[in-house]
Design a binder for this molecule. Structure first.
Ligand SMILES: [Zn+2]
Length: 258
């Protein structure tokens, strides 16, 4: 008898819970015992957020400018392992650690975000998480990116988290999809939650997501929000994937020329 894929997920989750009872906490980035993120891996998320929109091809705005995106880290090595563990392998215990880093990042980019869209700085900045698929949320048990958005809003001050977006049915969870598959999977599926429309109209928004790769997710989010009358000032992501052909460390090099 074989285990069907439909049964494997829940069984794995139960097995992990049982293991957690007997195994010590390990770092989601490097496996070192002691904490959900060891000091070394946590440090990868602790530097000043860096502008990274040049890594993604799909963030051009209608007005010819590019949506600003700030990233905490490059999505490789321990960062990549930690983010995958957090999102897809049941390491929700990492959320508070990443949340603290995102909160600091929010404070660090506060002035830049407020200056990123034209017009008077009026009202509360709304911090909108990129939507999770219903399936992904069910599997993870909570909206992880929503938790990051709450942390970012706390760091930005005069800001409020607003889970204004959802994914319409019809696609699948992004896990395991290639770059092109992700773009197709998301195209046209990001929707504004109707009850949030009054708040969005005329408001300035900062998007929050976990990883920036092609920019397809953020582009779809921005277009939905702009359709509701919001001005999207930019996005804050945990990690950015290195563009093909770029050397290791390109993010630091691009942000700190010389
Ligand atoms: Zn570590």
């Amino acid at each position: 008898m074989t285990t069907t894929p439909a049964r494997a997920g829940p069984l794995r989750a139960v097995a992990r819970e049982l293991l957690d009872l007997v195994l010590p906490v390990t770092c989601a980035g490097c496996g070192a015992p002691g904490r959900p993120l060891c000091p070394g891996c946590l440090a990868r998320f602790a530097g000043p957020p860096r502008r990274c929109e040049q890594a993604a091809g799909r963030l051009d705005r209608m007005d010819g400018t590019v949506l600003p995106v700030w990233a905490l880290a490059e999505n490789d090595g321990a960062v990549r392992r930690a983010v995958i563990g957090w999102k897809d392998r049941g390491r929700a215990d990492v959320t508070p650690w990443l949340g603290a880093a995102v909160r600091r990042a929010g404070t660090a980019v506060r002035g830049e975000v407020r200056g990123a869209v034209a017009g008077p700085a009026r009202g509360t900045l709304l911090v909108v998480p990129a939507p999770a698929s219903p399936r992904g949320r069910a599997r993870r048990g909570e909206d992880l990116v929503g938790a990051l958005a709450r942390s970012a809003a706390a760091g930005l001050r005069d800001a409020a988290p607003l889970p204004a977006l959802r994914l319409a049915r019809g696609g699948r969870d992004q896990v395991g999809l290639g770059v092109r598959g992700r773009a197709v999977n998301l195209a046209g599926r990001v929707r504004v939650r109707p009850r949030t429309r009054p708040e969005l109209a005329g408001a300035r928004v900062l998007l929050v997501d976990d990883v920036l790769t092609t920019g397809a997710t953020l582009a779809a989010c921005r277009s939905a929000l702009e359709g509701a009358g919001a001005q999207v000032a930019g996005a804050l992501v945990l990690a950015v994937t290195r563009p093909p052909g770029s050397p290791t460390g390109w993010l630091e090099a691009a942000a700190n020329p010389g």
